[in-house]
Ligand binder design. Structure first.
Ligand code: AN7
Length: 351
């Protein structure tokens, strides 16, 4: 196997015991790609995107899920359960199925991107679609997993955070130090919590000279942390972060405050602009939620914040193929012609 996987790579840094069953689907070790055209727009020295869409199920969730499923199996669990805006359920279903565990998912009706739905179906999850939002689904999952012998694998499960912190380790390993800024989307706030844990742990181990400022971005229609109160009916085109009452709220604000960063919001229009810029100026097709960090960076730059001389990393949390509907919906032009060479030559004005 060319990729060894996170449990094999970081046994010292993760809660792994002699009894923990080690396995991998090839998660982690994702590319950190530089975007020179976008560096010019932002006015920073170095701008990188960590392509978490290159994980086996196409999102960062696999880092936490490999750890959570290994620990669930170690504890003798047979069934795992999560609420999800799509990526957690895809990852849970894949990782659990590979270890012979059953997966139950609760999802908000009509608000899961098509690719994520296809994944949960293919990996054989038991799918319950509720007439409600993610926050309501998570609330029910918390109650059900406390009543029945079923393991909760949302990011309230501390093993999820442990696995996800490895993203910060990899950034430090590749750059040789921590970046100045880490831009990241915020939904349930598990990932910003995990990255901050990873950066501070590696800093304490002497692998980085400093920690980055943590810059979290919520969608304007689902921005409870920015507004300082839960949002009852969150709405955004970025369905992955359509969350009104994040489970790791306090940990996210702690990461923000301890790092000297911020948590702000970006509108759906700003998200869509960044979504298109990433695809057309960096060759990176991410899902809408994953464009929120660039949207936030552009917003700050336009508002006069100078990033001159800075090294910035954005976490591209999920693959663009997850949400083909949003991509196709925004198609500006597809020219339809008969299968006739001269008609095509004329239309393309190649000559
Ligand atoms: C692509 O799958 O909450 O702040 O249920 O799928 O750690 O929640 C997904 C979240 C960012 C936000 N980008 O991360 C779920 C879910 C993508 C995501 C986030 C999610 P958190």
């Amino acid at each position: 196997m060319s990729k060894k996987g996170l449990l094999y790579k970081y046994p010292q840094n993760l809660p792994i015991t002699a009894k923990t069953p080690l396995f991998t689907l090839g998660e982690g070790d994702t590319p950190l790609v530089r975007a020179p055209l976008l560096e010019k727009v932002v006015g920073c020295q170095e701008l990188y995107f960590k392509l978490e869409g290159c994980n086996p199920t196409g999102s960062f969730k696999d880092r936490g899920m490999v750890m959570a499923i290994a620990k669930a199996k170690e504890a003798g669990s047979k069934v795992v359960m999560c609420a999800s805006t799509g990526n957690t359920s895809a990852s849970a279903a894949a990782y659990a199925s590979s270890q012979g565990l059953e997966t139950i998912i609760l999802i908000p009706e009509g608000k899961i991107a098509l690719g994520k739905m296809a994944q949960a179906i293919m990996h054989g999850a038991k799918i319950v679609s509720i007439d409600g939002n993610f926050d309501q689904a998570l609330n029910m999952v918390r109650q059900l997993t406390s009543r029945y012998p079923v393991t909760l694998v949302n990011s309230l499960n501390p093993y999820r955070i442990e696995g996800q912190k490895t993203g910060a380790f990899e950034i430090i390993e590749v750059l040789g130090d921590a970046p100045d800024f880490l831009f990241i989307p915020v939904g349930n706030a598990g990932n910003i919590t995990a990255y901050w844990k990873g950066f501070t742990e590696y800093h304490k181990l002497g692998k980085a000279t400093h920690t980055p400022k943590m810059m979290g971005f919520q969608a304007a229609g689902a921005a409870p942390i920015v507004l300082g109160k839960p949002v009852e009916k969150p709405e955004t085109i970025a369905t992955a972060i359509r969350i009104g009452n994040p489970a790791s709220w306090q940990k996210a604000t702690a990461a923000r405050d301890e790092s000297g960063g911020l948590i702000d919001m970006v509108t759906d229009d700003e998200i869509l602009e960044a979504y298109h810029m990433l695809a057309s100026m960096a060759g990176l097709f991410v899902e809408p939620a994953s464009a929120a960090p660039l949207a936030g960076l552009l917003k700050l730059a336009r508002n006069g914040h100078s990033f001159a001389g800075n090294r910035i990393v954005c976490i591209a949390t999920g693959n663009g193929l997850k949400d083909p509907d949003n991509a196709v919906k925004s198609a500006p032009m597809i020219t339809k012609l008969p299968a006739d060479l001269s008609a095509i030559e004329e239309a393309l004005r190649l000559g």
